[in-house]
Design a protein around this ligand. Structure first.
Ligand code: URA
Length: 186
C-alpha cells in the first residue's frame, strides 16, 4: 500500500506500517488508530483529505503468535527497503511539514538515538530540509487509560498545536519580502 491524500498537501503524516485493516483495504490509517488520527488532525483544522498519509513500510509487518498474525513495529532493514518509495512520495508532495507518528517513523529520519518521550514536539530538519515533528502514535494512545491517557493526550495536543502554528506562520519568502524596506520606499 502506497499512501493516500492530497498530492499537494502542506502536511505529510508518516506512520509505521499498515495494520490488518489497512492491509485488507489497501489504504493507510483506516482502522481504529486511523479514526483517532482523523480526530487529531481535525482538532487542528486539518481534514484527512487535506493531508497526505503514508507509512515507513508499505507492507504489513507481522509475527505469528501461534493463533493469528499480529502487527509488529517495522524492522530498520524493512524501513530501509521501502525508503525509496517514501523519498519518492516526499519529493512529489513537497510538504511544508512532516508529522511522524511514533518512534520508528521518527527514527527512520532522525536516527536510532531519537527518543519519542524526550524529543516529540520538537522541530527537526527532516528530508530535503523539510521541517519534521514527531508525536505519539495514535495506536499507543489507544492502549492507555485513565490519568496516563489524559497526560499523553495533553502532550499530543501540544505537539499538534506546534504543527498548526508552523502552518499558520508565513512561509520564509513572505517574511523576507515583508522585511525588504525597498518594497515600501518610493
Ligand atoms: N498504524 C500505522 O502506523 N499505519 C497505518 O497505516 C495504520 C496503523
Amino acid at each position: 500500500m502506497y499512501g493516500e491524500g492530497d498530492p499537494c498537501a502542506a502536511v505529510m503524516v508518516i506512520g509505521e506500517g499498515p495494520g490488518e485493516t489497512e492491509d485488507e483495504l489497501g489504504r493507510p490509517f483506516v482502522g481504529r488508530a486511523g479514526a483517532l488520527l482523523d480526530r487529531m488532525l481535525l482538532a487542528i483544522g486539518l481534514p484527512r483529505e487535506d493531508v497526505y498519509i503514508c507509512n515507513t513500510v508499505k507492507c504489513r509487518p507481522t509475527f505469528d503468535d501461534g493463533v493469528r498474525l499480529r502487527n509488529r513495529a517495522p524492522a530498520p532493514a524493512e524501513m530501509l527497503n521501502c525508503r525509496g518509495y517514501l523519498d519518492e512520495q516526499i519529493a512529489i508532495v513537497q510538504p511544508r511539514a512532516i508529522l511522524c507518528l511514533g518512534a520508528p517513523s521518527a527514527k527512520s529520519f532522525l536516527g536510532p538515538t531519537f527518543s519519542i518521550t524526550r524529543q516529540r514536539g520538537q522541530w527537526f530538519e527532516g528530508p530535503n530540509g523539510i521541517p519534521l515533528i514527531a508525536t505519539f502514535h495514535p495506536a499507543y494512545l489507544l492502549r492507555m487509560t485513565g490519568g496516563e491517557l489524559n497526560a499523553a493526550k495533553r502532550l499530543v495536543w501540544g505537539d499538534l498545536q506546534a504543527l498548526r502554528a508552523r502552518l499558520d506562520a508565513p512561509p520564509p519568502e513572505t517574511v523576507a519580502e515583508i522585511s525588504q524596506p525597498s518594497l515600501f520606499e518610493p
